[in-house]
Ligand binder design. Structure first.
Ligand code: ADP
Length: 164
């Protein structure tokens, strides 16, 4: 039995993330989406919101679960008894960042193997930050997130928009 963690910020989870999680769940017995609670970047959704949105998005898959964590990713992997760390790779610049993170994680825990899955072509350009920008400007995001996330973004954006 091989357990994989799929860590990230997921602010919010997108169809690109879900695609990686679902494909990983075909390769490994169990996938734990690990939502990082203390990212350096500013987040739109609280940790609790990001977890709830991700849980709803993958609820039909019985070998995918969602947990939050705040410390080192390698410690989260140990806590989950995971042997594999999954990340997604898009064409645009992910490789160098992922490569250096992988080198550091290998130093911290040589037992944890990293597996990168290539993003599906239609999600190559999709990131949570581009998604939030399109939502903020009232663009159609229906192809990029499940309906409950489109709704959550709409509500959040309305609250954040400065009053005219
Ligand atoms: P982080 O802040 O850790 O990069 P993200 O939530 O932005 O967290 O991304 C988590 C992982 O998912 C990263 O490995 C990222 O490259 C990958 N990812 C993000 N968007 C996509 C996408 N559209 N297709 C495939 N992988 C993606």
């Amino acid at each position: 039995m091989v357990t994989a963690i799929y860590p990230g910020t997921f602010d919010p989870i997108t169809n690109g993330h879900i695609d990686i999680a679902v494909r990983s769940a075909r390769l490994f017995s169990e996938v734990v989406i690990g939502i990082f609670g203390k990212p350096e970047k500013e987040v739109l959704f609280s940790l609790e919101e990001r977890v709830a949105l991700a849980r709803e998005a993958v609820k039909e898959y019985n070998n995918i679960r969602v947990e939050s964590y705040t410390g080192l990713t390698v410690d989260f992997a140990r806590k989950c008894s995971a042997q594999v760390l999954v990340r997604g790779l898009r064409v645009s610049g992910d490789f160098e960042f992922e490569f250096s993170m992988a080198m550091m994680n290998r130093q911290l825990d040589p037992e944890l193997e990293m597996v990168c899955l290539m993003a599906t072509p239609k999600f190559q350009f999709l990131s949570s930050s581009i998604l939030k920008e399109v939502a903020r400007l009232n663009g159609d995001i229906g192809d990029f997130v499940p309906p409950h996330i489109a709704r959550a973004l709409k509500e959040k954006q309305q609250k954040l928009k400065p009053q005219a």
